[in-house]
Design a protein around this ligand. Structure first.
Ligand SMILES: NC(=O)c1ccc[n+]([C@@H]2O[C@H](COP(=O)([O-])OP(=O)(O)OC[C@H]3O[C@@H](n4cnc5c(N)ncnc54)[C@H](OP(=O)(O)O)[C@@H]3O)[C@@H](O)[C@H]2O)c1
Length: 312
């Protein structure tokens, strides 16, 4: 029976009997969605880039070079790290032409000596670094049983040990100054186990987990940590890993400039995690929901097909 003082209930029918259903919560009412869409789709205003000086590893190409170029263009002094000096010098020219302070610091982050020099630079309180971009990294592909153990170990050294040691070197000064930013370049590949790229995906899973943990450790210190997890990005990364880009459809690629900008914007806003590109946001979210027994089988099937393809 209808009740006169039940205004929050929607009327419905079950057979010939009139029944009362609880009202939908207001925020789920479809009629309200069109009115709310502009607010939902509106981009957040860009955060202020307050940094005075940034150290970028892997600045000689790809995402790191794009990040460094963006920082230089915004007047942020840069310390450029990678093994190859020439591309770093080209970026340094760009900085000098704009009157931006620049240091070129060639170093092999897989080697203790090179890593120690970059750690020392980060710990130098006389010229503090307030943005550390841990971007240098590389990947290896193929069955582990055939892999060169020294190359796999170097991959762990650059993708994991260097990220750990450089972050550890930068943090004391940042915390003492009450502000600082660490931007770690992870990968969507770190969101799931990747048979035939086992080492690479595991190193990136470490970077993501490490960064998320730091976000909480640093809460209240004025220092923030951000993990940038790109999907396919056209850089030297694939050729260096012995891959071509032919088997990946064009719409799945996001250019390095867009990826770098997304990482820097998220870091400036103090966000913990950013995945550039909606398709990779969906992939990373799905990978987080599915058990490893499912994701590892799906990835293994795809990778076997790709490894058999001579054009990959
Ligand atoms: N491209 C992608 O699809 C993709 C997707 C997800 C995540 N990522 C990640 O994004 C980051 C940047 O990669 P990218 O795509 O821009 O590739 P890239 O163009 O190959 O750049 C890699 C950078 O790392 C540096 N590097 C490699 N080994 C080094 C070492 N031992 N010591 C010092 N520097 C070293 C390289 O410089 P030198 O050779 O001059 O030393 C280069 O500047 C990596 O961490 C990668 O894992 C890439």
């Amino acid at each position: 029976m209808a009740h006169a003082d039940a205004p929050d209930l929607d009327a419905g029918r079950a057979g010939s009997r009139r029944v009362w259903l609880p009202a939908r919560p207001a925020r789920l009412r479809p009629a309200r969605l069109p009115a709310r869409l502009p607010a939902l789709l509106r981009r957040r205003p860009p955060a202020r880039w307050w940094w005075q000086r940034a150290l970028v590893t892997g600045a000689s190409g790809g995402i790191g070079a794009e990040a460094a170029a963006r920082l230089i263009d915004r007047g942020v002094a840069v310390v450029l790290v990678a093994r190859r000096r020439e591309p770093l010098e080209a970026l340094a020219e760009r900085a000098r032409a704009r009157g931006v302070a620049v240091e070129v610091l060639p170093a092999d982050l897989a080697e203790a000596e090179g890593l120690a020099r970059v750690e020392a630079r980060l710990a130098d309180a006389a010229a503090p670094v307030d943005l550390l971009v841990n971007n240098a990294g590389f990947g290896t592909y193929g069955p582990l049983v055939d892999a060169d153990p020294d190359v796999e170990a170097a991959e762990v050294a650059v993708n994991v040990t260097a990220v750990l040691r450089l972050t550890r070197a930068a943090l004391p000064g940042m915390v003492a100054r009450g502000r600082g930013t660490v931007l770690n370049v992870s990968s969507v590949a770190g969101s799931m186990p990747q048979p035939y790229a086992a080492t690479y995906a595991a190193t990136k899973a470490w970077v993501s987990s490490f960064t998320h943990a730091l976000v909480e450790e640093l809460r209240g210190t004025g220092v923030t940590a951000t993990a940038l997890a790109p999907g396919y990005t056209p850089t030297e990364f694939h050729a260096d890993a012995g891959l071509t880009r032919a088997s990946v459809p064009a719409p799945l690629w996001t250019d390095a400039a867009t990826v770098a900008a997304a990482g820097l914007e998220a870091a400036a806003a103090g966000r913990a995690w950013v995945v550039p590109g909606w398709h990779f946001r969906v992939a990373a979210a799905l990978a987080g929901l599915l058990p490893p027994a499912v994701t590892r089988r799906v990835v293994a099937a795809g990778m076997r097909q790709r490894l058999a393809d001579p054009h990959w």
